[in-house]
Design a protein around this ligand. Sequence first.
Ligand SMILES: O=C(O)CCC(=O)C(=O)O
Length: 353
Amino acid sequence: MATTTTAAATTTSKRLLVSDLVSQDKINQLPPNFIRPISQRPNLQNISHDSIPLIDLHDLHGPNRATVVHQIGQACRHHGFFQVKNHGVPVSTIHNMINIAREFFRLLEHERLKTYSDDPTKTTRLSTSFNIRTEKVANWRDYLRLHCHPIENYIHEWPTNPGSFRDHVAEYCRKTRELSLRLIEAISESLGLERDYIGKQLGSHGQHMALNYYPPCPQPDLTYGLPGHTDGNLITVLLQDDVAGLQVLRDGQWVAVDPVPNTFIVNIGDQMQVLSNDKYKSVLHRAVVNCEKERISIPTFYCPSPDAVIGPAPKLVTDDQPAVYRRFTYEEYYDKFWNRGLATESCLDMFMN
Ligand SMILES: O=C(O)CCC(=O)C(=O)O
């Protein structure tokens, strides 16, 4: 692999990963391929901190279930985002996951690059930005993408360094899958559907995750960790470390979701918007970076299996609200999602009736 030896803002970096640009080339200005046109920059001064709802899941399986389901429904309808506590994922599992992600990104470059690929169809891959094959401006992010359900189909592909990587990540995947299934049941009920309706639409189900690593950035006002986008999956359960960076669009204003220890952030993805026939919205969100601290975020993307056919739930299609979307396989959606390279914020428009 070619390397750059000087801090140069006028040349495009030959490093594959942003983390190595920072740790090895020690750049102090953004290389041009990361710089957004003025109209697309993050405007970090104009951010609200009026956060998203925090829902206590303690009573989800008790006599007060209906109250919690109602809170979840309101959050999905009005925000598309909420946080959860008493979610059932042990604190030790969360800490192990964050620590192992940090250890992974601190490995030597040649060790990390063993899993490098820019091919979005690969089920285990370390990569950078979003899709460097199709995008014009790069993002200040490296990420390890893993498919994790059914776990036995994929675990043999995962990194073996750090030594406890597979054990800690597998445990985390099992726990976040349990949480995702409980949330999907509650969301199904909140839409007036059978508790198991949405789960039954997902074929044999899928679960992917990303270990996102955002290194400190010399000019965070010129670029993004990830620009505004919606998630293409069903629901996302996001863990972030103690460094802020996630922002959610509400009423045309970007709102920061500052970290709350041991909580998860849940958001509605495009497939849930389709199944709910637009009752629940898959909301734009983005990750901004900062010049002082590295940041780690770990989204679990719960999704249909590739062969599952997704469309609006018939019970939610009425004369007043006809089916907004056609039916499609998740495979078709997933291909479009990755190929557009985040050049458009969402690809739901391509599936409208
Ligand atoms: O880093 C974050 O907080 C958001 C990550 C995200 O939106 C994604 O990976 O799709």
